[in-house]
Design a protein around this ligand. Structure first.
Ligand code: EPZ
Length: 416
């Protein structure tokens, strides 16, 4: 099992080119099933989650090559409509494959995805939406059987703006004759990327990024070449790293508009942040001020995927910060590990009260999930002494070469 060794208390400086967005590229892989033509996805990050998704597509009959920042996917002759349980359990979010497998093969079989590190991750909203599109769904012996031979366009309203459920509706409705109007859709930038990708394939979707998405289906979708959006969560993670360690970082290939809620918080805590085109510059010269309240919400609210990293920053900020995690029910597993490093945090249900301390102290800690693991690396970068982060496979699901990137910015971190 890999681990990172971090020697802390070094400022960060330099330029980082931000990777392509994991949470955009995964649904794009799913959308590639909707055509028999080859598709090329540029700015594709080299991550275990992406390779896992590629393996799932291969098991369905697609040819997939991933390398040098590019993914080529061609599914001319599908061979199966069953999403393999073992692969699906490793990649919780593959549930949005349902929409594209049904769109292409008109039937699907998937194991009931279990919970994961950050919560139960139910799929009731996905199944309700697919039923409203005419999909017949039966559940038995832990499997979900879907029959989409009678699927049709329809008005669909989500009870909650679920990112994955929004993506499932967009994928299936893209091949259902007529217009589907989706209300209470998730507004994340990754939804806009999926809209743009399907439109580049000849689809007709509008409204992504707003609560109402209109999908006109029925046209044959064709191959395309597409460059996915930059990863706003990875970019935000590096901004927070600089706020914790002080220094000056320039992030290239970012979209500052995707990070406005974080930029507002970091600016208030004393960082100087400037966005110009696809570049964000952050300057941090002193100990950050506390944030009073960080309340995670669906986009454009403060992203749950940056909550753990902000908890690490709040641990060394002046004053007290209250953190509310409103999206997932168990997303504070990084807190006991931060406490091992000297953080002063109390957690009750979905609230964490963080009392800033002067500094953290290096310790041996364990990553419990993707973003919590990233938070522990950031804590190690700022701490006095040496931190060992175990179980880094969680981190490598979402951060391409994080130790190489941080070393290029002056951090003392190695992977062993
Ligand atoms: C996506 O997960 C992201 N993953 C997550 O990023 C992100 O945290 C999340 O959206 C919220 O922004 C990918 O895009 C691959 P949801 P998703 O459906 O689609 C509940 C990361 O770190 N819910 O919007 O699974 C659910 O339990 C990952 O990169 C239901 O109750 O998120 C959660 O509490 C982690 N029933 C809330 O909604 C459902 O049918 C938000 O889930 C579906 C979801």
């Amino acid at each position: 099992m890999g681990r990172y060794i971090v020697n802390g208390s070094r400022p960060l400086s330099g330029e980082i080119v931000v990777q392509g967005a994991k949470n955009a590229v995964l649904p794009l892989f799913a959308a590639a099933l909707l055509t028999e033509d080859p598709v090329v996805i540029e700015h594709c990050p080299d991550l275990s989650d992406v390779h896992n998704m590629g393996r799932i597509l291969e098991s369905l009959g697609a040819d997939v090559t991933i390398g040098e920042g590019r993914a080529k996917i061609a599914c001319r002759y599908p061979v199966s409509h069953e999403i393999p349980a073992r692969l699906a359990s490793e990649l919780r979010s593959s549930i949005f494959l349902l929409g594209s497998v049904l769109g292409r093969m008109k039937e699907a079989k998937v194991a009931y995805p279990g919970g994961c590190d950050i919560g139960l991750r139910p799929i009731d909203l996905h199944l309700k939406a697919l039923r409203e599109l005419g999909v017949k769904i039966t559940e038995r012996h832990g499997y979900i059987y879907c029959d989409a031979r009678k699927m049709h366009a329809a008005p669909v309203t989500l009870d909650y703006p679920s990112v994955g459920a929004t993506e499932n509706v967009m994928l299936l409705a893209s091949v259902a004759e007529g217009e589907t109007v989706l209300e209470n859709a998730a507004r994340e930038p990754e939804i806009v990327d999926l809209q743009n990708f399907i439109n580049a394939m000849g689809g007709s979707i509008s409204g992504a990024g707003s609560p109402t998405v209109r999908i006109r289906g029925g046209e044959r979708l064709k191959g395309t070449e597409y460059q996915t959006m930059p990863d706003r969560i990875v970019a935000g993670t590096y901004l927070i790293a600089c706020a914790m360690c002080t220094g000056e970082l320039r992030l290239k290939r970012v979209n500052p508009a995707h990070l406005s809620s974080l930029i507002a918080k970091l600016s208030k805590s004393g960082c100087k942040i400037e966005g110009k085109g696809d570049t964000l510059t952050i300057k941090a010269t002193e100990r950050p001020k506390g944030f009073d309240l960080i309340d995670t919400q669906p986009y454009p609210g403060f992203p749950t995927d940056l909550q753990a990293q902000m908890t690490a920053l709040a641990s060394i900020a002046e004053g007290t910060t209250v953190i509310g995690e409103n999206i997932f029910e168990t997303r504070f597993k990084h807190v006991p590990e931060l406490i091992k490093m000297g953080a002063s945090i109390k957690v009750k249900d979905r609230i964490a009260v963080v009392k800033g301390v002067n500094h953290l102290t290096g310790a041996e800690v364990t990553a419990m999930d993707l973003r919590g693991g990233a938070a522990l690396i950031l804590a190690g970068l700022a701490a006095h002494g040496t931190t060992i982060v175990n179980e880094i496979r969680h981190v490598e699901r979402g951060y391409e070469g994080i130790e190489r990137v941080l070393r290029s910015a002056g951090a003392d971190i190695i992977r062993i």
